[in-house]
Design a binder for this molecule. Structure first.
Ligand code: GLY
Length: 345
């Protein structure tokens, strides 16, 4: 098909292709394992993309919104797989945004101790981030110290990913902003001027950047943590606002916060902080303000529980050697940076 870009995620025997372009869904069948006799399509109501896997398939809808991203949804999917007799040779296909591909991927990772999964990403955020790299999982509901976002999951690489840009024609502006938040992150990881590229090239380039990081550190022993630039405050804001602020929007605020924190720690200068505002707010047109009324001490305690924080407050921060993981950040610096950000015009 002309105009289609193929990006390889090189992971040895678990390598796979990501197809990027308008109409890419027509190539879906070519990504399915040859053993598959039937497919379980996991999706949500209102997903604007019809697919044809070329083999018999059943469709299973999951609920929309973070409230449905829990273990109960995985159990219910597995019961559905049992009802239709999905075998170890068959395939799960996740069709939707990041929530669908996280849930479909996790269900595939545990069904019969692991069956192949192929993702068809239908949101910008899914295409540039969530569907690529094999992170799957669900939240543990509960706000009293025994819950959290994506706490239960598995690394389970897909056998292939489709990014069909036709799905973006009807993408709500808020969902587009969420994708732009993750794209702004790639800007700081590579310095690439992604906005100068056409949309197919831009998405394919984001996939290439992510593929390169994942190939070098599949299970986040080191470099992959850089993909969490902007996410430490971002995740805290999502939790603190009860998901009123969406993931990509929270990452946008988190990127600028990370710059303030790097400034407080003497890693970057004021001009570099302003560059963060220029990119995130100026170029990607994202809101960079802390939501009204958020309690800084609560944010601090949420950030201390971040998955990166193995022994101490840990952030991904810009500095003289570029973006890197910085452990042992003092609580006072975290609060000072929040205050500096709140005071920034
Ligand atoms: N979304 C960050 C990662 O896949 O590692």
């Amino acid at each position: 098909m002309s105009g289609l870009r193929t990006v390889r995620v090189p992971l040895g025997e678990r390598s796979y292709d990501v197809l990027v372009g308008h109409g890419a869904r027509s190539e879906l069948a070519s990504l399915l394992p040859t053993t598959a006799r039937r497919a379980a399509v996991v999706t949500q109501p209102g997903i604007p993309l019809e697919i044809d896997p070329g083999i018999p398939f059943d469709v299973f809808q999951i609920g929309t919104g973070e409230d449905h991203k829990h273990l109960g949804t995985i159990e219910s999917l597995c019961r559905s797989f049992a009802r239709v007799g999905l075998t170890r040779n068959d395939v799960v296909i996740g069709v939707g945004g990041g929530m669908v591909t996280d849930v479909a991927g996790f269900a595939a990772s545990v069904w019969h101790r692991g069956v192949p999964v192929v993702h068809v990403a239908t949101t910008l955020l899914g295409m540039v981030d969530a569907a690529i790299g094999g992170k799957t999982g669900v939240n543990l509901p509960g706000g009293s110290g025994d819950g959290g976002k994506n706490l239960v999951g598995a690394f389970w690489q897909p056998s292939g990913v489709v990014c069909d840009l036709d799905a973006l024609a009807t993408l709500p502006p808020r969902e587009r902003r969420c994708g732009n938040g993750e794209m702004a992150k790639y800007h700081f990881l590579t310095g690439d001027d992604l906005l100068a590229m056409d949309e197919v090239e831009r998405i394919a380039r984001c996939v290439e950047i992510k593929a390169d990081v994942v190939a070098s550190d599949e299970r986040e022993g080191g470099r992959r943590a850089l993909l969490n630039y902007g996410h430490t405050l971002g995740h805290a804001l999502e939790i603190e606002t009860g998901h009123e602020i969406a993931h990509g929007e929270a990452v946008a605020v988190g990127l600028v916060y990370a710059a303030h924190l790097a400034r407080v720690l003497g890693r970057i200068d004021d001009a570099r902080v302003e560059q963060h505002y220029a990119v995130v707010h100026g170029a990607y047109e994202l809101d960079t303000r802390l939501p009204d009324g958020v309690d800084h001490t609560r944010l601090l305690s949420l950030m201390a529980k971040d998955k990166k924080a193995l022994t101490s407050l840990t952030f991904v921060l810009d500095g003289p050697a570029g973006v890197e993981v910085v452990p042992d950040v003092a609580a006072e610096a975290v609060l000072e940076a929040l205050a500096a950000m709140a005071a920034h015009g």
